[in-house]
Design a protein around this ligand. Structure first.
Ligand SMILES: CSC[C@H]1O[C@@H](n2cnc3c(O)ncnc32)[C@H](O)[C@@H]1O
Ligand code: ZN
Length: 455
């Protein structure tokens, strides 16, 4: 006898009723500078996608109803530069410039990492992101298949790359390619499509010309993007100038490395010529204002990049240089830093900061057809902000003002990614927070003890 198993393919749906919907828009083509639309309505999520947006949606046949009263519904935030396992290193080395921070503090500790520790740091970071409204992150680090497991287990969306460093050593280079290609083969489009993979050459200082040239070829072959640190400090720019005779973006242009699939983190020290290269090649810039300020790397000329209509998104960088993953803080600091840099309070207004943290993030990762705004057919990656709190009262007529200048991650009430509720009324639905915090504390304690035993 043949037994057929009939799987229950019942639609899972969620209705968010009577909510203030905030949606970033691309109005540049019409010369309209209004970057955000706001309206009251209801949103129906069917399985992993937004099925309907309307002033009135019937609640019959709906599995779950969320009352949107006193709430703002907006796209989940997109953090375009991170090293999430570095949550273990929060507060480990503060008040130090990048070069010594890396060489004397972070790299010696990273030498003791393994897959278990990277999972522990990554799942801890996933909790922090879910609780502060981030639904997508872009990551470059080690043991990335373990980070993929944490991404899978947490329900969040991640773009993952293996951080490749060869310092010109051909054997090391070969190992780095093996590792990144294995990640692509094993993890691309896994976890219900929530995981995408990238190549992750660390920077033009730590990755050789041969590595960078091969990354371009392999990225074309595997049809994946490239995530790289660029022009973060003056020292880094001087190093590249010394060894190649060119500034970093000019060097990569010569190598034919650049393209619209490249996301460059930082872009702090940029010449006019480099900005033109970025524009011509449609390279995406991930601006990390908190990390740049904390490591005293400098101030990226975001105003000029935006004027050139370069796609700029926001990232936190790792928790060891930030020291948190709260994208609400990143929006506020991005805005304030440009105001003080240009001595013009109109620089980088709140609407633009919101767009950078959502729609521009999606475009930077090649995911604009799926995420970054609230539209029928897009993935249901959305968050609800509770406005019934002291720091959100009174509500400005300009909603983005409260969200960028007054809010923080703890105002996030509900986080939904890929149509799944990951946090509701600040309670996690999939992860055991106490256990994960404990595992994080154990991991960093073991790492430090092992390091001390070595010395
Ligand atoms: C090779 S994996 C990533 C590598 O990058 C290090 N890192 C973390 N933050 C930064 C930063 O701001 N600039 C350069 N490198 C950074 C991290 O510790 C890993 O070693
Ligand atoms: Zn970084």
């Amino acid at each position: 006898m043949i037994l057929f198993v009939v799987y229950n393919m019942e639609t899972k749906n969620i209705l968010i009723k009577n909510v203030l919907i905030l949606n970033p828009k691309d109005n540049d083509e019409n010369n309209n500078h209004d970057h955000i639309e706001i309206f009251k309505g209801s949103v129906l999520i069917e399985n992993d996608r937004i099925a309907e947006i309307s002033s009135e949606i019937s609640s019959s046949d709906v599995n779950k109803i969320i009352d949107g009263e006193n709430k703002i519904l907006m796209p989940g935030l997109i953090n375009t530069h991170n090293h999430i396992s570095m949550n273990l290193f929060r507060g480990i080395a503060d008040d130090i410039p990048l070069e010594t921070w890396l060489k004397d503090n972070i790299w010696p500790l990273e030498a003791g990492l393994n897959g278990k520790y990277c999972y522990a740091g990554a799942i801890l970071a996933a909790i922090e992101m879910i609780k502060s409204g981030t639904t997508t992150f872009n990551d470059m680090y080690f043991f990335m298949e373990d980070v993929a497991n944490a991404t899978k287990d947490s329900g969040i969306r991640g773009c993952l790359s293996h951080g490749m460093i060869d310092f010109g050593d051909p054997e090391k280079r070969e190992k780095e390619f093996k590792e990144n290609i294995k990640l692509i083969k094993n993890c691309n489009n896994k976890a219900e499509g929530r995981i995408k993979t990238f190549f992750g050459p660390h920077s033009p200082v730590t990755a050789s010309k041969e590595l960078l040239e091969r990354v371009r070829k392999e990225a074309n072959k595997y049809n994946v993007g490239i995530h790289i640190h660029m022009n973060e400090t003056q020292i880094e720019v001087e190093n590249v100038l010394k060894t190649t005779g060119k500034r970093p973006f000019e060097y990569l242009e010569e190598l034919k490395f650049l393209g619209d699939d490249v996301i460059a983190a930082h872009g702090v020290w940029l010449s006019k010529e480099e900005m033109n290269i970025i524009k011509n090649r449609d390279v995406k810039i991930s601006h990390n204002p908190c990390s740049n300020m904390k490591l005293a790397s400098g101030i990226s000329p975001i105003n000029e990049l935006l004027e050139k209509k370069i796609c700029v998104s926001l990232g936190t960088d790792g928790a060891a240089s930030n020291n948190n993953l709260d994208m609400f803080e990143e929006m506020k600091f991005a805005s304030l830093l440009q105001k003080v840099n240009t001595m013009n309070p109109q620089s980088l207004p709140s609407d633009m900061a919101l767009k950078m943290a959502t729609l521009n993030g999606a475009k930077s990762l090649g995911l604009e057809n799926d995420i970054g705004s609230i539209e029928v057919g897009k993935k249901a990656d959305v968050i609800l902000i509770d406005v019934d709190s002291a720091n959100m009262t009174p509500m400005s007529k300009k909603i983005s003002s409260n969200l960028v200048y007054s809010a923080n991650g703890s105002n996030v009430h509900t986080t939904i990614c890929n149509g799944e509720i990951l946090m509701e009324n600040r309670k996690l639905t999939k992860l055991n927070e106490a256990d994960i915090l404990q595992q994080g504390n154990i991991a960093i304690k073991e790492l430090i003890e092992a390091k001390e035993a070595e010395n």
